[in-house]
Design a protein around this ligand. Structure first.
Ligand SMILES: Cc1cc2nc3c(=O)[nH]c(=O)nc-3n(C[C@H](O)[C@H](O)[C@H](O)COP(=O)(O)OP(=O)(O)OC[C@H]3O[C@@H](n4cnc5c(N)ncnc54)[C@H](O)[C@@H]3O)c2cc1C
Length: 360
């Protein structure tokens, strides 16, 4: 079959979730993924509890551990450890987690073709055609879940001026002793890159270590990552990659005609924390009912999707931008405040577990 109700370009958390949501609504769904699955993705691999709680299935089969707290450092010297009585973040390897979501989409009825890149789009008012090396596929609706700098946004001329952060990440083998230092804790280091931070996210048998911040400061990232790695003691880097992180502003178009954008393709990353998986999943869940009702009614109007993103997701992302400005101005005060008072930590925990709707 080469004709579908909807084609989704990209099988990351956004594309897989949309495939799952629409597959179980009985629609004919095709997910096209350019990589062979399972595929890796540069990522700390932190799935906040609020993100996991969006899913109506259990993800423990693909989790590597659970964080109950954080070691927060200032320029790798001063530090404090903050703990919470409840679990905060699941640790995952993205290759396994993302593939698990794709399998859920397949079980729900979505067709998945991996190792095939969407190269060209032909879009008319009633139909979209996606041209690939395996031939063309057509559908009534197209979803761009193809990540940062995705081809769908580019072909439509959307997200051109989106602000970009960069994340640089290494998978690192360390001794058992060093690994146990991070048992149930993530690490955050502040104050070395304006508007950015370093992080350590422990996995079952290694550490994911990285830095992120504004893309124009990217020259400073590698030396900083090396300092961070040296701080961890004896280590061996097994993998080392960078990836862009786009951040939308309210009003930027993420829908046009019979096409819409999800997740990173729509710039839905939290400016302060860099969390994107929650927004990838949530944007797919906001898009699904709009798409299903458009197909049912025969009138393709996807405007309600952008409206839903603006009202339900943008307040949290906009607050993140304000907090980022304060944090960039004075990371030392931010650190001192977190160190001395439990109030900010308590609020952050409420956000991570989803008890507060707006992300701080
Ligand atoms: C270093 C780093 C660390 C991060 N850590 C975290 C974290 O700990 N927690 C968190 O919540 N977020 C984190 N993020 C953000 C998170 O990784 C993203 O927000 C998330 O991956 C977005 O999911 P997505 O499905 O929108 O896009 P992606 O996961 O990027 O998936 C897009 C998919 O589209 C495919 N694709 C692209 N072009 C085409 C094409 N032409 N044809 C077919 N397929 C195509 C790609 O191969 C890819 O599989 C991090 C990001 C970075 C860079």
């Amino acid at each position: 079959m080469s004709s579908y109700d909807i084609i989704i370009v990209g099988a990351g958390p956004a594309g897989a979730t949309l495939g799952y949501e629409l597959g179980r609504r009985g629609l004919a769904v095709l997910i096209l993924e350019k990589e062979k699955l399972p595929r890796g993705k540069p990522c700390a691999g932190g799935i906040t509890f609020r993100a996991a709680n969006l899913l109506d299935f259990d993800i423990s089969a693909v989790t590597e551990g659970i964080a109950y707290g954080a070691r927060i450092m200032y320029q790798l010297s001063d530090e404090c450890i903050k703990r919470h009585k409840e679990p905060l973040i699941y640790m995952v390897m993205r290759s396994k987690f993302d593939h698990f979501l794709v399998q859920k989409a397949q079980e729900a009825g979505a067709a998945v073709i991996d190792g095939v890149r969407a190269d060209q789009l032909e879009i008319t008012a009633s139909r979209v055609k996606v041209v690939t090396p395996e031939g063309p596929f057509t559908a009534e609706i197209l979803a761009g879940a193809d990540g940062a700098k995705g081809m769908v946004a580019k072909k439509l001329g959307l997200m051109r001026d989106v602000e970009l952060d960069l994340g640089l990440e290494a998978e690192v083998s360390v001794t058992e002793d060093k690994l146990s230092d991070w048992d149930s804790l993530i690490g955050l280091d502040l104050g070395q890159i304006p508007g950015g931070y370093g992080w350590v996210f422990p996995k079952k048998d290694h550490l994911s270590v990285g830095v992120e911040g504004p893309v124009h400061l990217s020259k400073r990232f590698k030396p900083y990552l090396e300092r961070l790695l040296q701080h961890l003691g004896n280590y061996q880097v097994t993998d080392f990659k960078g990836h862009l992180m786009p951040m939308r502003r309210r009003g930027m178009a993420i829908q046009r005609g019979n096409v819409l954008l999800l997740g990173d393709a729509a710039g839905l990353i939290h400016p302060l924390s860099g969390e994107g998986i929650y927004y990838a999943i949530k944007s797919a869940q906001l898009a699904a009912p709009v798409i299903a009702s458009a197909l049912r009614s025969g009138t393709i109007n996807l405007k309600d999707y952008q409206e839903a993103v603006d009202t339900q997701l943008m307040p949290s992302l906009e607050l993140g931008r304000v907090l980022l400005k304060l944090f960039t101005r004075s990371p030392r005060s931010y650190f001192d405040l977190v160190k001395r008072s439990d109030l900010i930590w308590w609020h952050a925990c409420r956000v991570l577990v989803g008890a507060r709707p707006v992300c701080a």
